[in-house]
Design a protein around this ligand. Structure first.
Ligand code: ZN
Length: 357
């Protein structure tokens, strides 16, 4: 019933601090009824009776620390993020897909965990506990003991420097491909305006520029339809692509919901026609979801947007999240998340070029 994926890894680092014990009741049809993390590093769960839980562990990579998550049947009403303390960076309650609830505990980068010793214990038909960390050990600071003394850890740290995990970008033939990236909107048209005044035009330009750099490093020629906050009509965006004979066209946008509903979050990718456009959309959608845990998968869809309808090459329009959504907007403000999304888009593009190009 409980399985751990990829539990090879553990990290020796430090921690200080305690967690405040807190019980947060949840109202929804989710099997998760309540959870708490107490000061001994024990996660306690209360569920519907005889629920089927699945627990997972993922080792740290370049952009995330270690993380642990539990999937429960049933869907939450309100996905949310709770800021952690002590060794815990944040706790997220999400719905990864229909009829599922996911509780994610993301640890700070310097946390010392021993996932090989973890065991989810059923106390009752509706109560569970698992010890995730030992506050005693987590008091040791980097360089004061554990880290310096332990050789195994040293080699791990060295290894980590070369470990890009799933973000390792595929290699494609250099100087063979040309891609047009189209940051949506610009100038007098800021696109969606989200929580706290965050503007689509700025977010998508930033992400697009990083995508360009990542692809250029891989020997892919990239043209941006705009590099500044300028007014650019739709037809010139299309002609840039059609005139340069680009292999693919990728328009990057961020969403807003009608009525600015904060509970609407998620990512989606549109194509207009053809299996190539659909494949490109699928590759990108898969990757952007991986860096947006908890945010709903709104799917790969056909759309009749001007820029993907009138470009002659496989073309997609990516919506990287809702600027009006509580969960997405908070992330889209941060440069770390914009970098993750850019990596994800670049990865989807390179996978496509590698396969089809
Ligand atoms: Zn837009």
């Amino acid at each position: 019933m409980i399985k751990f994926l990829d539990n090879k890894l553990f990290r020796y680092l430090s921690i200080f601090l305690f967690l405040n014990s807190s019980i947060l009741p949840l109202k929804s049809s989710s099997a998760l009824a309540a959870w708490a993390i107490n000061t001994n590093g024990v996660l306690e769960l209360r569920t519907k009776s005889n629920s089927n839980l699945k627990a997972y562990f993922q080792k740290a990579n370049q952009i995330y620390g270690d993380r642990f998550w539990v999937d429960f049947p049933g869907e939450l009403k309100n996905p949310r993020i709770i800021e952690g303390n002590g060794p815990i960076k944040e706790i997220r309650l999400g719905k990864p897909n229909r009829d599922k609830t996911r509780l994610v505990i993301e640890f700070k980068e310097d946390t010392y965990l021993k996932p090989l010793t973890w065991q989810m214990v059923g106390l009752d038909e509706n109560r569970w506990r698992i010890k995730l960390f030992n506050p005693k050990y987590s008091f040791k600071k980097i360089g004061e003991g554990l880290v310096k003394k332990n050789k195994a850890n040293k080699s791990f740290i060295n290894k980590k420097n070369n470990n890009y995990g799933y973000l390792k970008l595929p290699v494609v033939k250099r100087n063979k491909f040309e891609v047009v990236i189209d940051p949506g909107h610009g100038g007098p048209d800021p696109g969606a305006i989200g929580i706290g005044g965050i503007r689509e035009t700025d977010v998508v330009l930033e992400v697009s520029k990083i995508v360009k750099n990542l692809l250029s490093e891989k020997g892919v020629k990239v043209k941006l339809t705009r590099t500044r906050d300028v007014d650019l009509d739709l037809p010139p965006r299309v002609s840039i692509a059609n005139n340069t004979d680009a292999d693919i066209f990728v328009s990057i946008h961020a969403n807003a919901s009608r009525g600015k509903r904060r509970d609407i979050n998620g990512l989606e990718t549109f194509y207009y026609r053809g299996w190539r456009g659909r494949l490109l959309a699928k590759r990108i959608q898969k990757q952007i979801l991986r860096v947006s845990p908890g945010s709903p998968d709104r799917g790969v869809k056909q759309g009749r947007f001007y820029v993907i309808k009138n470009t002659r090459m496989p073309a997609v329009l990516v919506e990287i999240g809702f600027l009006t959504g509580r969960l997405d907007a908070r992330r889209l403000e941060k440069i770390t998340h914009k970098k993750r999304l850019a990596y994800a888009i670049a990865k989807g593009i390179l996978e496509y070029l590698d396969k089809v190009g």
